[in-house]
Design a protein around this ligand. Structure first.
Ligand SMILES: NC(=O)c1ccc[n+]([C@@H]2O[C@H](COP(=O)([O-])OP(=O)(O)OC[C@H]3O[C@@H](n4cnc5c(N)ncnc54)[C@H](O)[C@@H]3O)[C@@H](O)[C@H]2O)c1
Length: 264
């Protein structure tokens, strides 16, 4: 089956994929990309969540299919990209968004090796696997755009999230490196660095540390956390030709979490 995506919008007729699209920011990105004309492969380790996203896209008249894969496993990611191309056509854009295993919110000297390794495997190696298998597919398609998801916290560090922050710092470095390697081939690679966003991921954090909710809101200059669609807008723009001269960038979409002042 080839892409029969809508013929209007920022990603009109362009097939792409989103990892971790079974929830939160990835789901919002898949939905907006579809509204902007793309056919979307939803990749997730969580089959129920991934299939629900596909259902949501189809209910709006969009084209989507689900592939179950663990991004930390290279062979699974390779297979997922191959399936995406076989089912929806040449790969023109991708968002490497899946993350998990942030671990036990511990200071560095208490992080055990298992937590460290799993977090790096999913949050950093998972992005490497994405880039590694998406690039040949985009070369075959004659060009494309990759958008990796980082976090605003990389710019300042984050107590008790050492493995996660280290992984995300690596994601930003990898993004710039990939941009350098593939720019001449018409493949742009950028990152988006979210502040706090209202997703199941953030809800799990607030459920565990309820006292952090107001504090997190107050950390943002805009005095609120973001809505998933506000990330999707940035990802879809970077994935589209409207960002045709943007590569190697890390776009903060963070409600001013890095410019907030304690004087206000
Ligand atoms: N929500 C926030 O406040 C926030 C802030 C900064 C950065 N981020 C980043 O945004 C991205 C999305 O976060 P979210 O809040 O939507 O999270 P979420 O937990 O709601 O969704 C993450 C999705 O990734 C999937 N996933 C986890 N491990 C996977 C694996 N190994 N292989 C494939 N899929 C896997 C999960 O099943 C889930 O569907 C992540 O990269 C996260 O680090 C989120």
């Amino acid at each position: 089956m080839n892409s029969t995506a809508r013929n209007e919008g920022l990603l009109a007729g362009k097939a792409g994929l989103v990892t971790g699209a079974g929830s939160g920011l990835g789901r919002a990105t898949a939905l907006l990309a579809s509204r902007e004309g793309a056919a979307v492969t939803v990749i997730d380790i969580d089959r129920a969540g991934g299939e629900e996203t596909v259902e949501l896209v189809r209910r709006e008249g969009g084209v989507a299919s689900f592939v179950e894969a663990d991004v930390s496993e290279g062979a699974q990611m390779a297979q997922a990209v191959e399936t995406a191309v076989a089912e929806l056509g040449p790969l023109r854009w991708a968002s490497n968004n899946a993350a998990g295993g942030a671990g036990s919110f511990a200071p560095l000297h208490e992080i055990d090796d298992r937590t460290w390794s799993r977090t790096i495997d999913v949050c950093l190696k998972g992005i490497f696997h994405g880039i590694k298998y998406e690039i040949p597919a985009m070369q075959a398609a004659g060009g494309g755009a990759i958008v990796n998801i980082s976090t605003a916290s990389v710019a300042k560090g984050e107590a008790f999230l050492g493995a996660y922050i280290a992984a995300k710092g690596g994601v930003e470095a990898l993004t710039r490196t990939a941009a350098a390697e593939y720019g001449a081939q018409g493949i742009r690679v950028n990152a988006v660095a979210p502040g706090g966003f209202e997703t199941p991921g953030l809800k799990r954090y607030f459920d565990r540390f309820p006292e952090q909710k107001q504090h997190t809101i107050d950390q943002h200059a805009m005095r609120r956390v973001g809505q998933p669609l506000e990330i999707a807008e940035a990802v879809v723009w970077l994935a589209s030709e409207r960002a045709s001269f943007v590569t190697g960038a890390c776009l903060g979409v963070d409600g001013g979490v890095l410019v907030n002042s304690h004087l206000l």
